[in-house]
Design a protein around this ligand. Structure first.
Ligand SMILES: [Zn+2]
Length: 286
């Protein structure tokens, strides 16, 4: 097993992106504001992401409906189908394209909680209403709501071989390309084996692969991240990905054996306190 499946410093990686389990947020009370996972309604006011992808919140989020043209939302009981209106608009447009091209139906995974914030399980990011997980499986059909409470989505990667498996077909590759095409998408995280397959299969211009970033996990879903919307003064812009299509050395480094571990792993650090503006948002009536 290589770097594809085993984070070396889980705590750090959790902070960087959020595929590793996160720390129990509610052991870490920073104010008397309710914990964001207990809030059921978005904060009133103009839509605004606040903070960073891994430590922030969102005002004025909207729910992506459980069903729409070309998409369905999974695991509705989690209340994680909220996002900045740019994210919901993006998903509706993408689902429309997927449907028009006859690729199947988009199954939408976690977005953000109604006011964003740190989730108790599953992600370190997804906090500002600008991140979304989309399952690669396009052939699930439209499921009844109870049948959407599931985690067993098909992996696209043979982890032993460190290559995509037969589940990763042209429809999946096309989905990533369509997802990357919107100008307000800043990054798409996929397993390194998936990035490699995309690099190998793209016979034309590879420039779009710039946004597609190799990362741990992400074998059954792609994670799309939108940039801070124009004029969102409290949304902290993340460095753009490195120049180029990322199909060379950097990608290959993911397939080398991890460096030997020396000494005990560093103790995980508690997450930083949420921005004051987020605590104020959580304290507003639900
Ligand atoms: Zn994600």
């Amino acid at each position: 097993m290589g770097r594809l499946t085993r984070p070396i410093v889980p705590g750090l990686l959790a902070l960087l992106l959020g595929t590793a389990p996160v720390f129990a947020a509610d052991t870490h009370q920073h104010s008397n504001a309710p914990a964001p996972q207990n809030l059921r309604n978005p904060g009133k006011g103009s839509p605004e992401p606040i903070g960073t992808y891994a430590n922030g919140c969102v005002r004025g989020a909207e729910a992506l409906p459980a069903d729409g043209q070309g998409f369905q939302v999974m695991n509705l009981s989690r209340h994680r189908n909220y996002g900045h209106p740019q994210l919901t608009a993006y998903l509706k447009a993408l689902a429309g394209e997927v449907e028009r091209e006859g690729l199947g139906i988009l199954s939408i995974g976690d977005m953000s909680m109604p006011r964003g914030g740190r989730m108790q399980t599953g992600h370190a990011s997804h906090q500002m209403g600008l991140d979304v997980d989309i399952w690669f499986a396009l052939d699930l059909g439209r499921l009844a709501v109870p049948a959407r409470e599931r985690e067993d989505f098909a992996s696209m990667v043979d982890t032993k071989a460190q290559r995509v498996n037969s589940q990763f077909g042209p429809a999946q590759a096309r989905l990533v390309k369509l997802a990357a095409a919107a100008p307000n998408v800043t990054r798409i995280f996929v397993n390194p084996a998936i990035k490699l397959a995309l690099c190998e299969r793209e016979t034309g211009d590879k420039a779009w692969l710039h946004k597609v970033r190799p990362w741990f996990g992400h074998a059954a879903h792609l994670h799309v991240r939108l940039a801070c919307p124009a004029g969102a003064g409290q949304c902290e812009t993340q460095e753009p990905p490195p120049e180029g299509d990322g199909c060379g050395e950097e990608l290959l480094s993911w397939f080398k054996p991890p460096p030997p571990v020396t000494g005990p792993p560093p103790a995980p650090k508690p997450p930083p306190p949420p921005p004051a503006a987020c605590l104020a948002l959580y304290a507003e009536p639900d």
